[in-house]
Design a protein around this ligand. Structure first.
Ligand SMILES: *[C@@H]1O[C@H](CO)[C@@H](O)[C@H](O)[C@H]1NC(C)=O
Ligand SMILES: *[C@@H]1O[C@H](CO)[C@@H](O)[C@H](O)[C@H]1NC(C)=O
Ligand SMILES: *[C@@H]1O[C@H](CO)[C@@H](O)[C@H](O)[C@H]1NC(C)=O
Ligand SMILES: *[C@@H]1O[C@H](CO)[C@@H](O)[C@H](O)[C@H]1NC(C)=O
Ligand SMILES: *[C@@H]1O[C@H](CO)[C@@H](O)[C@H](O)[C@H]1NC(C)=O
Ligand SMILES: *[C@@H]1O[C@H](CO)[C@@H](O)[C@H](O)[C@H]1NC(C)=O
Ligand SMILES: *[C@@H]1O[C@H](CO)[C@@H](O)[C@H](O)[C@H]1NC(C)=O
Ligand SMILES: *[C@@H]1O[C@H](CO)[C@@H](O)[C@H](O)[C@H]1NC(C)=O
Ligand SMILES: *[C@@H]1O[C@H](CO)[C@@H](O)[C@H](O)[C@H]1NC(C)=O
Length: 452
């Protein structure tokens, strides 16, 4: 087959420029607003169920309305500042981390006397008399798509030295939500229509005496300065493996930060894992050029007549974290014709109702929903089968690679578009290099001959 490498010389630069502009407008690392989940938020609902002699009984529930961002172990930490001199007499399904100074109380001692209250969930296995519905999961909350049944977390508290009517009660201020690191910003509590509760048999509805809501939203920018994940690429039509960008999540620097990473075969690995920082959330990563805790690899694997196939692999380089209930969000124009995902769960996200070019992928329960610590089991993988839409499908110009990838809701660093594996030159001299249709035709033909 006659291939004239010189005939394409003109186009690559132009193509790269267009691609580069396209991609740089698509990927903005600092966005506070998540365009793939524009309504995503955690809503804290505070229902007053009963007035008491000196305050009230309330049930506080956090609903995670985020499609793909969950809170994993060690779980949420909720804080607020009381408006007056309120105290917590007792709690069920959660606890204050500090009791504070209750020295002026005689007789029964309150659970918490601090003005700045910090609450955490109880652990699984809590005695039944300390539980309420939706509690005691160690502060873990699923994302809305992965498991709506566990996407809420509740606790009950008995508040004293508080208002005892809906006129005198004061809403707490300065709600903070940590997960358990920073990232969430909470608005002010707003008194809303009292919640209604339908009895299990559906024959009676009761309602809260008073309800207020607080909405908290996430920003990756607030959460951390450095990315936590990167993307590498390869294809059947080119031997080049495009690695994660060097220093995508940090650089190896043994002079200023010794021990910023460890070698997988290092005899000191065990002591490094248990060394200083053991209980912190800071990742301890395997030494790589990218230094990311997570790498997502996208391999364009096969080309069929009507379909094409991608292999996707997620590798954990963090020695300090088993990722439970991990998830990926991937944007690629062919997700509107995703045919099969072989060993992950998936759901097409449709944030704007019209274009569904974004899909969420997550592990199958008890099979690969746990991404183990770095090492021989520290990876999960699956294959995706897409049906070709011949009006858009091409292996040219890096089209077969994802536009955006998120791991656990945080966007991953992509390689620069001009490094993407190239389809070997396919245009011959007789074909105008500007005709896309002919290029695609030759691409498909070449592939049929070379790659299959
Ligand atoms: C929070 O999310 C819910 C569910 O998506 C949505 O109905 C609500 O409007 C959101 N709240 C805010 C303040 O964005
Ligand atoms: C307070 O309770 C009264 C009835 O006791 C009710 O009319 C009023 O709407 C309530 N106000 C709020 C803010 O819930
Ligand atoms: C709430 O937070 C704001 C800003 O962070 C601060 O100025 C204010 O003093 C805080 N209020 C209370 C009651 O702590
Ligand atoms: C308050 O939050 C609850 C739970 O998310 C929700 O059902 C209710 O609609 C919210 N109320 C308002 C006014 O946003
Ligand atoms: C940093 O230290 C690790 C482990 O001691 C070593 O494997 C790595 O090569 C060093 N990196 C540099 C850039 O010196
Ligand atoms: C990860 O999970 C394995 C198996 O459940 C466990 O042995 C290991 O201690 C866990 N590691 C961390 C860092 O949580
Ligand atoms: C894309 O969205 C359309 C309309 O919302 C829906 O009919 C179609 O099944 C979706 N495609 C996939 C692959 O989910
Ligand atoms: C791909 O999906 C789009 C939108 O859902 C649909 O209009 C189109 O017909 C599909 N193409 C194929 C080849 O199935
Ligand atoms: C494979 O892609 C790389 C760009 O990543 C390019 O430099 C190389 O020429 C391509 N190989 C072939 C055989 O086209």
């Amino acid at each position: 087959m006659a291939i004239a490498p010189s005939s394409l010389k003109l186009t690559p630069l132009g193509i790269f420029l267009v691609l580069f502009l396209m991609f740089s407008s698509l990927t903005s690392k600092t966005e506070a607003y998540d365009s793939l989940d524009p309504n995503g938020n955690i809503t804290i609902k505070w229902d007053i169920m009963q007035w008491t002699a000196d305050g009230y009984v309330a049930v506080v529930t956090m609903y995670n309305y985020q499609q793909y961002r969950h809170i994993q172990a060690p779980g949420w930490i909720l804080g607020w500042t009381w408006a007056k001199k309120e105290i917590i007499w007792s709690m069920v399904g959660g606890q204050a981390t500090e009791q504070g100074d209750c020295s002026k109380f005689k007789g029964s001692i309150p659970h918490c006397c601090k003005r700045d209250t910090t609450i955490v969930d109880l652990l699984p296995g809590t005695p039944y008399n300390m539980q309420i519905a939706n509690c005691c999961r160690g502060g873990v909350i699923s994302s809305w798509v992965q498991d709506p049944a566990t996407a809420a977390s509740s606790f009950q508290l008995i508040v004293g030295q508080a208002g005892t009517t809906n006129k005198t009660v004061r809403v707490p201020k300065n709600f903070t939500l940590r997960a358990p690191g920073p990232g969430y910003t909470c608005g002010a509590a707003k008194v809303v229509k009292p919640s209604k509760f339908v009895s299990p048999d559906g024959r009676r509805t009761t309602q809260a005496l008073m309800t207020w809501n607080v909405t908290c939203t996430y920003s990756q920018f607030l959460a951390q300065r450095t990315p936590t994940c990167c993307v590498s690429l390869s294809s059947f039509y080119n031997d080049t493996i495009v690695a994660c960008p060097t220093c995508a999540c940090g650089c190896q620097n043994n002079n200023t930060q010794p021990g910023s990473c460890v070698e997988g075969d290092s005899p000191y690995l065990a002591s490094a894992i248990n060394g200083p920082g053991k209980s912190t959330l800071a990742p301890l990563v395997q030494c790589t050029s990218h230094m990311c805790p997570i790498r997502v690899h996208w391999h364009v694997k096969l080309n069929y007549k009507e379909y094409w196939r991608v292999k996707i692999a997620v590798t954990n380089f963090n020695y300090r974290m088993n990722y439970t209930q991990w998830n990926l969000v991937v944007q690629h124009p062919n997700f509107d014709n995703l045919t099969t995902v072989f060993s992950f769960n998936h759901k097409t996200l449709n944030p704007y109702g019209t274009i569904n070019d974004t899909a969420m992928l997550w592990g199958i329960k008890y099979y690969n929903d746990l991404l183990m610590v770095a090492g021989p089991y520290g990876n999960v993988q699956s294959e995706l089968l897409f049906r070709k839409d011949f009006s858009t499908f091409t292996f040219q110009k890096g089209w077969a690679f994802p536009r955006r990838v998120y791991f656990n809701g945080d966007s991953c660093v992509m390689p620069p578009p001009d490094s993407y594996p190239w389809l070997p030159n396919t245009a011959s001299k007789s074909i105008s290099p500007f005709s896309l249709q002919t290029l695609t035709f030759w691409a498909v033909l070449t592939c049929l001959l070379i790659c299959v």
